[in-house]
Write a protein of this length. Structure first.
Length: 146
């Protein structure tokens, strides 16, 4: 019986030693209080994670509708003028919607055009080859019918 009591005493002592870090610093008097405190902390984390998930979804939605692809093509529309002074710049989102600006530089004047894009295509005005190249370089992964 004395051997059995000694074994139980040593086992209990080892158990207390192993559990001391778990109860330390919490001011808890028993195991139930520690569990309740930890469950409150986990509930708080659950709320924080849910809030971060909502914020991530909002950021993802906003980023889909923001300009995140830009393509530039410089070209020479007229053979008699040296250098590539004209350009086409496309600003599109992930769906290929946005705007393309074209500048045609000549000796006497420079003209600038803007065309609205929906799905990588102009809804109302035909696109030039250079504008199509700018759109393709802006978002090469967007399916196009150009």
């Amino acid at each position: 019986a004395i051997g059995f009591c000694t074994y139980i005493f040593l086992s209990l002592r080892r158990l207390r030693k192993n559990l001391r870090p778990f109860f330390a610093g919490k001011g808890a008097k028993d195991f139930e209080e520690v569990i309740v405190e930890h469950s409150k902390t986990l509930a708080s984390f659950d709320g924080d994670i849910s809030e971060l998930y909502d914020i991530t979804n909002r950021i993802n939605t906003i980023s889909k509708h923001s300009i995140n692809h830009i393509g530039v093509v410089r070209f020479n529309p007229f053979g008699d003028i040296g250098g590539k002074q004209s350009f086409a710049v496309a600003f599109v989102d992930v769906s290929g919607s946005g705007v393309v600006f074209s500048s045609l530089h000549g000796r006497e004047s420079t003209r600038i055009y803007a065309k609205h894009l929906v799905g990588g295509e102009s809804a109302d005005v035909p696109l030039s080859d250079e504008e199509k190249q700018a759109i393709s370089s802006a978002a090469p992964l967007i399916p196009k019918k150009l």
